[in-house]
Ligand binder design. Structure first.
Ligand SMILES: O=C(O)CCC(=O)C(=O)O
Ligand SMILES: [Fe+2]
Length: 434
């Protein structure tokens, strides 16, 4: 792989809509992706890099893992901005069973008459499950664990975002007859009007794509007539793109020049959120085109969706202890924890959660991991988990959570030591319950 060291042009304060020129986009995107720059890729199709299970074999040593991660990150930043991973899910039955769970959620949404809105599609074109990460974990923790034990997801999330990334998931079903979305970029700056995006300085336009990674897992075979996602390779490098994608001239260019690759069930695509893309039109005869969209956020960023990670950890704990007892590989267990627990210590309430003996308070993921390793019983884990969540909360949330008698039934060591740090906060409860 050739390292590109071309200096980027100096950052000019703010972008305006007048900076959006179609010739500049053409210069950026009308280039060929060269397979020789990506030694771990299997092919280039329509300018998109195709990887396969060989990637994981190469990643079994720490040095090999870093090598493939560096290649993936380079493909996402400086290359086409999109990689397809064939066979990302080796066990298709896991995908099928997850599909059944998502279908049940959609049926319930419909039965409840919930109007599930969408951002880039016409009303009725598709079915959407927002917040599908915690809904899935709480409903089917064992299956969730099988799904998110996936090492390919962990490999690429870590490649782009580093550790402690925050997974969120939104299921998107394009129904037969559903028409294509408009070309767009994704969260953060893609989820606002051009006018609003132009109020953020240029350096923030460069920052936004580094804060999330987009993924899509195919839950059915997706030949082109079913409307797999359309992409404009290399478009993530077009600087005014967050303003440009709203303009009809750019939409027209996308419509004429996009790549649309068929996917097999269990394949996945991962792309830079600044890549121009859109769900396709479903011209099939009855295939409900389902993708599980993974929007994964940096530990340092704000994710688009709020996720009840405490409830997820509670639901997943017995599953994790069971898998550990059955001798499951540690890397898979770590992938499950990474996809569910909060991995970052901040924002913290440092009055209550003082990082004594370190730089940061214990994270939720560290707590889960310790509990699994040390075989805590479920009650102890639950009490510690909620006590930690309460400490992170605001004063009012802390009081509300600690009012829960169950949390206080067996006060764990950390709650007691917490009183030493900040006795005032819970003194009433101490009298009542201890
Ligand atoms: O479902 C797809 O193919 C992509 C959907 C998408 O890009 C979005 O909803 O932001
Ligand atoms: Fe999108």
């Amino acid at each position: 792989m050739t390292a590109t060291s071309t200096p980027r042009p100096a950052i000019r304060g703010w972008l305006t809509e007048a900076d959006c020129r179609i010739e500049d986009l053409r210069t950026v995107v009308e280039q060929a992706t060269d397979l020789r720059d990506y030694p771990n890729a299997d092919a280039v199709e329509r300018n998109v890099l195709i990887y396969g299970p060989r990637l994981l074999q190469r990643a079994t040593t720490p040095a090999g893992r870093r090598e493939v991660q560096a290649e993936l990150a380079s493909a996402l930043a400086d290359g086409p901005g999109i990689v397809v991973v064939t066979g990302a899910f080796g066990d298709i039955s896991v995908v099928d069973r997850a599909t059944a769970v998502f279908d049940a959620m959609i049926a319930e949404q419909r039965a409840a008459g919930a109007a599930v809105g969408d951002h880039f599609a016409k009303p009725g074109a598709n079915d959407r499950v927002w917040g599908a990460l915690d809904k899935f974990a709480i409903r089917e923790p064992r299956l969730f664990a099988d799904y998110y034990a996936n090492e390919m997801i962990a490999l690429i999330c870590e490649a782009w975002l580093g550790p402690n990334y925050q997974v969120t998931s939104q299921v998107n079903v394009v129904n037969p007859g559903g028409t294509a979305q408009l070309a767009h970029r994704d969260y953060h700056l893609g989820f606002m009007s051009a006018q609003r995006a132009s109020s953020y300085p240029t350096r923030v336009h460069r920052l936004s794509p580094g804060m999330t990674l987009q993924g899509a897992v195919a839950h059915c075979d997706m030949p082109v007539q079913t409307g797999p996602t359309m992409y404009l390779p290399h478009s993530q490098k077009y600087e005014p793109g967050y303003l440009a994608f709203h303009q009809p001239e750019f939409t027209a260019y996308f419509d004429e020049n996009h790549a649309q690759l068929p996917l097999g069930k269990g394949d996945a695509a991962f792309f830079n959120p600044a890549l121009f893309h859109a769900a396709g039109t479903n011209r099939s005869d009855g295939v409900r085109r389902m993708a599980n969209l993974l929007q994964v956020s940096s530990a340092f960023g704000r994710a688009m969706e709020s996720v009840d990670r405490t409830a997820m950890c509670e639901a997943l704990f017995p599953v994790l202890t069971g898998l550990k007892a059955a001798g499951h590989p540690e890397r898979e267990l770590r992938s499950i924890v990474a996809a569910s627990a909060e991995g970052y210590a901040f924002p913290a309430n440092l009055d209550r959660d003082q990082p004594i003996g370190g730089l940061a308070p214990q994270t939720q993921a560290e707590l889960v991991w310790r509990a699994v390793q040390d075989r805590w019983d479920a009650d102890t884990f639950r009490a510690e988990l909620h006590a930690q969540a309460a400490r992170r909360g605001t004063g009012r949330a802390y009081r509300r959570l600690t009012d829960d008698t169950e949390v206080f039934a067996e006060p764990p060591a950390q709650i007691i030591s917490q009183r030493v740090h900040d006795p005032g906060v819970v003194v009433d409860h101490e009298q009542d319950r201890l």
